[in-house]
Write a protein that binds this ligand. Structure first.
Ligand code: HEC
Length: 218
């Protein structure tokens, strides 16, 4: 249960990005960059964007959402061993608070997923991350991107599932209710699956989508 104490600071850093629009309002004391100054490497953003986007959906999944979901799922289990059934449930305040803060990370991560302009995956592999080979039914990131961009409202609706499950887990933690926490775990599982089966490994595959998308710009 002490696996992920670094996640909250990481998420806080992700959320606490400077608001470019505010920094550029008249009267702001921020000085404009000197003309001709060497360009500073910036995370992906456009001059008009309100948020500075550093990570992709893939990085949020791998680094933030998946580990937090594991903490929720691992918090309740029943293992059948030679010695009998071993029940793992949150018992101490610390256990319940760990559930709660990971549930909060999940709920707020849904907002991070919704930030406009966030890409599905980095353009080049992450050097320190050993990727599992994709399953045959997995779409490549550029096809997932097309599906998401085609209907942002649908993507937002599917991310709402994450919030609903996480809010139930927060309530369960506050009430120290194991049954409700189990229920939240099931709901969470369904929320992940509902989005993944729409974009990551959609039943219909992608080819039916791509030709019409290619024709659109003309
Ligand atoms: C609103 C949509 C959405 C929700 C909800 C969602 N995911 Fe994802 N997830 C994606 C997309 C899109 C990808 C594919 C990105 C990629 O890896 O290229 C993905 C990929 C992943 C990956 C693979 C990351 C990698 O290294 O390639 C993991 C693991 C993952 N999700 C875990 C989860 C878990 C666990 C949940 C639920 C707690 C969840 N996701 C909920 C959209 C979602």
């Amino acid at each position: 249960m002490r696996t992920s104490s670094w996640i909250v600071p990481v998420l806080a850093a992700l959320i606490a990005v400077p608001d470019l629009a505010a920094a550029q309002t008249p009267g702001s004391t921020a000085k404009p960059a000197a003309v001709g100054a060497a360009p500073v490497a910036q995370p992906r953003s456009t001059p008009t964007s309100r948020y500075v986007i550093t990570g992709t959906i893939k990085e949020l999944m791998h680094g933030v959402i998946d580990p937090s979901a594991d903490t929720i799922w691992d918090s309740v289990s029943f293992d059948i061993t030679a010695a009998g059934v071993v029940e793992t449930v949150p018992r101490t305040n610390e256990d319940w608070y760990a559930v709660r803060r990971h549930a909060l990370i999940l709920a707020e991560s849904a907002n991070l997923l919704r930030v406009p302009g966030r890409k599905v995956a980095p353009a080049t592999p992450i050097p320190s991350l050993v990727d599992e080979p994709p399953a045959p039914e997995d779409l490549p990131p550029e096809q997932i991107q097309i599906l998401i961009d085609r209907d942002r409202t649908k993507f937002a609706r599917l991310s709402q599932g994450l919030i609903d499950a996480a809010v139930l887990a927060i309530r369960a933690a506050d009430a120290k209710n194991v049954d409700q926490l189990s229920e939240a775990g099931d709901l969470l599982d369904r929320a992940c699956e509902a989005c993944h089966s729409e974009y990551w490994y959609p039943k219909g595959g992608a080819p039916a989508v791509l030709p019409s998308m290619r024709r659109k710009p003309q």
